[in-house]
Design a protein around this ligand. Structure first.
Ligand code: NAP
Length: 284
């Protein structure tokens, strides 16, 4: 029996017309037949404060936050979960007793497909991360949290990579974080002793379909796991190269659904079951 009062969930972002989150969350809602609705709220940065205020007044149950608000939203929240504070970005807000609480579910969403799908154990692994934006911060948190021993961050803008090292290195003495801006020479050195390579740049996405984040001229050892956070297209040029080369690889689809499942749990207390997650993954 459904309750009378519908509870509202949503997605807050600037360019979310093609987001898959409404489809994923509505699928969870429909499957569990709960009286919720998940709506997209496409806003500009100038509307952020006002919209959050109205979410609070309307007693909205919670919402996801995506680019470019993952960091900017923090100052409007009443409290932030430890992992989200360490990452410095949130993607999920829960409203409880008139207070807004921020969480980050991207990092665990990133871990699950590696652990469950590829039986990857993070302990003592060496990882290359391409990019140093918001997603990279969540991934680096996940890698450190899992027990990796070395992370090499390569980014176009050295300053942004250094900022990541400065936020994480002191708190993580067991993991050595190195940062680079010049790609080829250093990549050639690192690639042969790395276990996993993660692309967190948008190079290869629908917006940059002909670009690759990794130089064609650098050899890709076939033992390396290649993980591209991009989910549209399904296979970027870089993943196609990895596939041809015999590497095990992942795109960002499963991460997207797992982070959504965690957000859904935070709002509703329901943990979406694996069968449903697999069904959604087949549809998107
Ligand atoms: P972001 O904060 O804007 O960071 C983007 C990063 O990519 C920065 O390090 C930036 O370098 C680099 N970059 C951007 N354009 C570049 C270019 N033309 N050439 C070289 N480097 C470039 O974005 P984000 O939130 O981290 O997201 C990054 C990607 O991850 C997006 O494709 C997003 O869709 C994907 N993502 C997927 C999931 C998932 O669930 N699968 C979750 C989150 C994000 P600079 O520092 O030099 O500017």
């Amino acid at each position: 029996m459904m309750e009378n009062n519908i509870r509202v969930l949503g997605l807050l972002g600037e360019h979310i017309e093609n987001s898959l989150s409404p489809f994923i969350h509505q699928s969870f809602i429909n499957y569990y037949q709960i009286n919720y609705v998940y709506l997209p709220f496409q806003i500009t940065q100038f509307e952020l404060e006002e919209v959050i205020k109205s979410f609070k007044e309307s007693k909205m149950r919670g919402f996801n936050v995506t680019n470019p608000f993952k960091e900017k939203v923090i100052k409007f929240l009443d409290d932030v979960d430890r992992s989200a504070a360490d990452i410095g970005a949130i993607n999920t807000v829960v409203q409880k007793d008139g207070k807004l609480y921020g969480y980050n579910t991207d990092w665990s969403g990133f871990q699950r497909p590696l652990q469950d799908g590829l039986s990857f154990n993070f302990v003592d692994k060496r990882v290359i991360v391409l990019g140093a934006g918001g997603a990279a911060r969540a991934i680096i948190y996940a890698l450190i949290n899992g027990g990796c021993s070395e992370i090499s961050v390569f980014n176009r803008n050295y300053k942004n990579a250094l900022a990541i090292k400065n936020s994480f290195q002191k708190k993580s003495p067991g993991c050595q974080i190195e940062v680079f801006s010049s790609f080829k020479k250093e990549l050639e050195k690192k690639i042969n002793c790395s276990d996993l390579l993660v692309n967190t740049t948008p190079l290869g996405s629908w917006y940059y379909p002909d670009s690759v984040p990794f130089p064609e001229s650098v050899n890709l050892p076939s033992s390396l796991i290649v993980y591209d956070l991009i989910y549209y297209p399904d296979k970027t040029l870089f993943l196609k190269r990895a596939e041809k080369n015999g590497n095990r690889f992942l795109n960002g689809k499963a991460m997207l659904v797992y982070q959504a499942a965690k957000s859904f749990f935070l709002w509703t207390g329901i943990e979406p079951e694996q069968g449903l997650i697999d069904e959604i993954l087949n549809k998107i």
